[in-house]
Design a protein around this ligand. Structure first.
Ligand SMILES: CCCCC/C=C/C(=O)SCCNC(=O)CCNC(=O)[C@H](O)C(C)(C)COP(=O)(O)OP(=O)(O)OC[C@H]1O[C@@H](n2cnc3c(N)ncnc32)[C@H](O)[C@@H]1OP(=O)(O)O
Length: 392
């Protein structure tokens, strides 16, 4: 794209980076013309930055990755160390683009900036993110805006693996969202993954009472967590921004709508992990996709692409990754303007007759898993991951 000259982009890049490195309250904006603008035009766009909305770390990471891909090609630097969280998140984002051609990366970069710019233009009254962000969450970013409560899993360096703390925070956020004045609630992930599922290091935190007690408390946590989704009273939407694994996939059957990026995959490798299905998937998956397809996922761990998951009814719609955020949020903003009581009541009519059954299924799945967690098959699989011998 003529407008996306590397020269101009390079000047813009330190600005993105500075923003990503969390200069306080820095807000990002590049006008549509900035991509093909002179230095003077570009600097005038930069001067508007403080008036406009921060696109959030996820978008900043995407911009970073596309910039690197467009100017340098596929990721060619060593993976940063474990504790270098920011550089590792950036490296992951770049590396996730694989062998995407430079031209395509440049085009995607231009499209993304253009989308950001137009959404900024159309919302002159945007509150700074600091005002919209709800406090008290360490593993999530929770915001409420445009009648939408957005719950974003925020451990991108760990692929949004769900720790005990994150399970608890998601439950708190859902309970708060069920009572706030939003019309719809959205769960999504920050970074290149939607979520890699249960954080396997949860299994290493054994209390003095022993492993049986750990299995018991984990089963209670699992049951409470899934109950929150069964009981959630408002339309609940998953914006699956990237690969999804384990429990982040199984609970999708309890959502009202699931939007997926074309980069998303859906993987439930329970047998590989010596475990068994949860999230009511032993009931919802056969119902959604039929028993044969559900068995391939839940027993044999077949990983589905976004298109396959959509064809099988687990996903409502797939959007190209380059326009996923823009298209999904435009759609959701329109839906959030529908009469909220009508939407709640429609959800009740659709879901209520199943609720009792779902609670019973959740209890049974949690009971079975409590036993599985004590099995050699499960212990070995978790140890193999934690000692770096195995990966999915
Ligand atoms: C209490 C309720 C329990 C409910 C029951 C739930 C069951 C499930 O959800 S089962 C599914 C469990 N998930 C997994 O088995 C996924 C394990 N992860 C992987 O196989 C891989 O990490 C990957 C395929 C998801 C991504 O691979 P890759 O792109 O190569 O990235 P890394 O492996 O380098 O990951 C970066 C970083 O994140 C850590 N990590 C990722 N996922 C998990 C996880 N699920 N648990 C713990 N840690 C995870 C990974 O170890 C890396 O850490 P560092 O090496 O420290 O950078």
């Amino acid at each position: 794209m003529a407008g996306a000259s590397g020269r101009v982009v390079r000047r813009w890049y330190p600005h993105v980076l500075r923003s990503f490195l969390q200069v306080p309250a820095l807000q990002l904006h590049v006008s549509k013309t900035a991509m093909r603008a002179s230095q003077k035009d570009f600097e005038s766009a930069l001067s508007q930055v403080k008036l406009l909305k921060d696109p959030g770390n996820e978008v900043k990471l995407k911009l970073y990755a596309l910039y690197k891909q467009a100017t340098e090609g596929p990721c060619n630097t060593p993976k940063p160390g474990v504790f270098d969280l920011i550089n590792k998140a950036k490296w992951d984002a770049w590396n996730a683009l694989g062998s995407l051609p430079k031209e395509t990366a440049r085009q995607n970069y231009v499209d993304l900036v253009s989308g950001l710019s137009s959404s900024s233009d159309s919302s002159s009254q945007v509150k700074p993110e600091a005002d919209r962000k709800q406090r008290g969450y360490e593993t999530l970013v929770v915001t409420s805006e445009d009648s939408i409560t957005k719950i974003m899993m925020n451990r991108p360096a760990k692929k949004n693996a769900i720790t005990t703390q994150m399970y608890n925070e998601i439950m708190l956020a859902l309970k708060a969202a069920s009572k706030d004045d939003s019309a719809i609630t959205v769960l999504t992930g920050n970074g290149d993954y939607y979520s890699s599922g249960n954080d396997l290091s949860n299994f290493t935190d054994i209390p003095p009472e022993g492993i049986e007690e750990k299995a018991k408390s984990s089963a209670i946590l699992l049951r409470d967590f899934v109950d929150c989704f069964i009981d959630f009273p408002k339309p609940l939407i998953a914006a699956v921004n990237g690969p999804a694994v384990g429990i982040s996939v199984t609970i999708l059957g309890l959502f009202d709508t699931v939007y997926a990026s074309s980069r998303a995959t859906f993987h439930t490798p329970f047998s590989h992990l010596g475990q068994s299905p949860e999230g009511c998937s032993s009931y919802t998956f056969p119902k959604i996709m039929g028993p044969a397809k559900a068995a391939e996922m839940l027993i044999f761990g077949k990983k589905l692409t976004a298109a396959e998951a959509c064809a099988q009814g687990l996903v409502s719609e797939v959007f190209p990754d380059s326009t996923f955020q823009k298209e999904v949020w435009t759609r959701l903003k329109a839906y959030s303007k529908l009469p909220p009581n009508a939407m709640r009541i429609s959800k009740q009519v659709i879901r209520n007759r199943e609720k009792e059954k779902l609670h019973a299924i959740n209890a049974e799945e949690s009971r079975v898993l409590q036993e599985r967690w004590l099995s050699d098959e499960c212990t070995n699989a978790v140890m193999n991951f934690l000692t770096r011998k195995a990966k999915l």
